[in-house]
Design a protein around this ligand. Structure first.
Ligand SMILES: [Zn+2]
Length: 285
C-alpha cells in the first residue's frame, strides 16, 4: 500500500540545517484546522535535533515547536520478528517514542495533564501498534489522571466532530497530530525529560509505574498552585521551585515552570496563569 506524499521544506530551529521531508497528503487534508503537527525526528533533518513542524494546507511550515533538549532514545528498535512476537503487554514507552516520535509523545503527555481526550487514528499496521499504544497510555493514566484515550477509525472522525473539538487527534503511524486544542507552540520540556527518564527504565511495568507517579505528582502540584494563585496578586517563577520543594519535597527546575503555567492557562484560568511571572520580567517593566 503506497501513500501519496508531498515534499515540505523544513529548517531545524536549533542549528538551521535545511532539508525536505515527505509528508503524506492525507494527514494534511484530514486536519480539522488546516495545520498539522509533524514530528521531524533526529536524523531526518539534522543528526542531533528533533522538533515538531506546523505544516499548513499549502504544505508550508508555519512554525516550530522545539524544546531544545536532545532526546536520547533508550534501547534498540525491535526487529520485525520481535514486533510480530510481542503481545499487548510487550510494548513499552521506548517502542512508542520510536513510533510516534519524542515530541509528539511529549505533547500527548501534555494533553493528559491538561485533561483533554486523546484520540489515536487507526491506520494500517502489521503489528497493531495503535492498539498497543492505546493500551499503554490507558494503563498509565489511571486514578487521578483519567482521560479519554481511544482508537478511532478515519470514517468515524466526522461523527465525532463534537467530541474531537477539544481532543488531540494523533496519527501514530505517521508521527503526526492532525488536531490539537493547544493553539500555539507549547513548551514540553518537562514532559520530554520525563519521557527521557522513562525510556531508560528496563521494562513496561517499571516505565508505567514511574510515569504514572510523576504525572500524578505534577498534577497535584498544579492543583495546589491553582489554589495559591487565588490568594495572591502575583507568583514569581523563582519562588515556585522553592515552594514546591518545601511543600512536596519535589524538584522542578525553574525553566520547567512553563508546564505549570500553560496547564493552568489551558485547563483552569488564563488570567490566573498570568499571575505567574518572573522577577526578571518585573524588573524590566
Ligand atoms: Zn538541528
Amino acid at each position: 500500500m503506497s501513500v501519496e506524499t508531498k515534499p515540505v521544506k523544513v529548517v531545524c530551529p536549533t542549528c538551521n540545517t535545511e532539508t525536505k521531508i515527505e509528508i503524506p497528503t492525507f494527514i494534511v487534508q484530514d486536519s480539522l484546522e488546516g495545520v498539522v503537527n509533524v514530528q521531524v525526528p533526529a536524523g531526518a533533518c539534522c543528526l542531533e535535533h528533533s522538533f515538531i513542524a506546523f505544516v499548513d494546507k499549502k504544505f508550508k511550515v508555519r512554525g516550530y515547536q522545539n524544546v531544545d533538549v536532545e532526546f536520547k532514545a533508550g534501547g534498540k528498535e525491535k526487529t520485525a520478528e520481535q514486533k510480530k512476537a510481542e503481545g499487548l503487554k510487550g510494548y513499552t514507552f521506548t517502542d512508542m517514542v520510536g513510533m510516534v516520535g519524542p515530541d509528539i509523545c511529549a505533547t500527548i503527555l501534555r494533553g493528559i495533564l491538561a485533561g483533554v481526550p486523546i484520540l489515536l487514528l487507526d491506520t494500517f499496521d502489521l503489528y497493531d501498534r495503535v492498539d498497543k499504544t492505546v493500551m499503554l497510555l490507558k494503563d498509565t493514566c489511571t486514578d487521578e489522571l483519567e482521560v479519554l484515550i481511544e482508537k478511532i477509525a478515519k470514517e468515524s472522525l466526522e461523527n465525532k466532530k463534537k467530541l474531537s473539538r477539544d481532543a488531540i487527534i494523533v496519527v501514530p503511524m505517521y508521527k503526526a497530530i492532525t488536531r490539537s486544542p493547544f493553539r500555539e507552540a507549547i513548551n514540553t520540556r518537562y514532559e520530554s525529560s520525563l519521557l527521557q527518564e522513562t525510556v531508560h527504565l528496563p521494562d513496561r511495568a517499571s516505565q508505567i509505574v514511574f510515569l504514572r507517579k510523576e504525572l500524578a505528582k505534577i498534577n497535584m502540584v498544579i492543583e495546589d498552585i491553582v489554589m495559591v494563585l487565588k490568594t495572591v496578586e502575583k507568583l514569581y517563577e523563582e519562588d515556585i521551585s522553592t515552594y514546591i520543594k518545601n511543600k512536596f519535597n519535589f524538584k522542578i527546575e525553574a525553566k520547567d515552570i512553563d508546564v505549570i503555567r500553560q496547564v493552568i492557562a489551558f485547563k483552569h484560568d488564563k488570567k490566573e496563569a498570568q499571575k505567574i511571572t518572573s522577577k526578571y520580567a518585573d524588573f524590566l517593566t
